[in-house]
Unconditional design. Structure first.
Length: 320
């Protein structure tokens, strides 16, 4: 899940002629919307799991088990890509999108509602990517993108700041929200490291997903099965099936393919702009599923983050 381009260069919509352009646009927009819907559902389903009958480690195991098995043939054919990644790139890939990332994000979901997850996790990923690109790769940011990042920061400040004020005033039911906020920002920074490693490697999405899933399962499964206390066998099978379907099949496989289509057909910037809908979708799904009604400051923060992602992606400038 990320609203960041995964290639080395900005992809232009493919096709020839007006009909081809229209078809590519329709396919790209449709694929991007499918991706956003799955990402929003992933946020809500993960929070549901880790706040009811499952622990973050249970959900993490399901998240990487399914794609690791399905994509094993891809890994067998294409290998570990050490010539492209090296040990540093492999570490960034595995930690930034693998089990460490998931455990940090899922732990945060125990403390803060889904609306905050959507805004502070996928919403701030572009900010960290731009920051790391400027610091380590010398990338220069234009005024348009800087304005977008300022809006993202403002949205984050509204969501986090109002939560702290509420905590200080009442110590209400979400008095530990700030812990979730810190973990979401840490997870976003981890995914940014993954994104930059992936950009530099030039790996295609399927190969990258196969590597991330295999590394995560190989490193985490022994700890989960031998050291921790798995709860999967103690939980009703419909709950396990729901998590396996959302985490492993939809998020781990379908969303990956759909996002790859969106980037190819629309270009990374336009795909990123549509990805800004993720906080909105997560908030809407959370209302009937989790009963979480966002307050006005949260809604204002989500709006700021979403608009900031659109501006930071450069999509509006390219579309003009």
């Amino acid at each position: 899940m990320s609203a960041i381009g995964i290639g080395r260069r900005e992809a232009a919509p493919a096709g020839s002629g007006d009909n081809g352009a229209a078809r590519n646009l329709a396919l790209g927009v449709g694929a991007a919307l499918v991706t956003v819907l799955i990402w929003g559902g992933w946020v809500v389903t993960t929070r549901l799991g880790v706040t009811t009958s499952l622990a973050p480690e249970d959900v993490c195991f399901l998240r990487y088990l399914v794609p690791a098995l399905v994509l094993a043939p891809v890994l067998w054919r294409r290998g570990l890509a050490w010539d492209r990644l090296g040990w540093r790139g492999s570490l960034l890939l595995a930690a930034g999108a693998g089990a460490p990332f998931f455990l940090v994000a899922a732990a945060g979901m125990r403390f803060a509602p889904a609306a905050h997850v959507g805004a502070l996790l996928p919403g701030t990923m572009p900010l960290f990517v731009a920051l790391f690109s400027a610091l380590f790769l010398g990338e220069r940011l234009g005024r348009f993108r800087l304005a977008g990042f300022a809006l993202i920061l403002a949205g984050v400040a509204v969501i986090g700041g109002m939560g702290l004020l509420d905590d200080a005033a009442s110590g209400g039911p979400f008095s530990q929200e700030w812990r979730g906020h810190v973990l979401f920002l840490a997870a976003a920074a981890m995914w940014a490291g993954f994104t930059l490693a992936l950009r530099r490697s030039g790996l295609d999405p399927w190969h990258a997903a196969a590597l991330v899933s295999a590394y995560s399962l190989a490193g985490f499964a022994p700890i989960y099965l031998l050291v921790l206390q798995p709860r999967l066998l103690d939980v009703p099978w419909p709950e396990v099936a729901l998590q396996a379907g959302i985490q492993g099949v939809l998020s781990g496989l379908v969303a990956l393919a759909a996002y790859g289509i969106a980037v190819t057909r629309l270009g990374a910037s336009r795909a990123a702009a549509i990805g800004a809908l993720t906080p909105v979708v997560a908030t809407l799904i959370a209302v009937p599923v989790l009963g979480e009604l966002p307050d006005p400051p949260t809604l204002a923060g989500i709006a700021g983050v979403s608009l900031g992602v659109v501006l930071a992606s450069g999509a509006l400038r390219r579309a003009a």
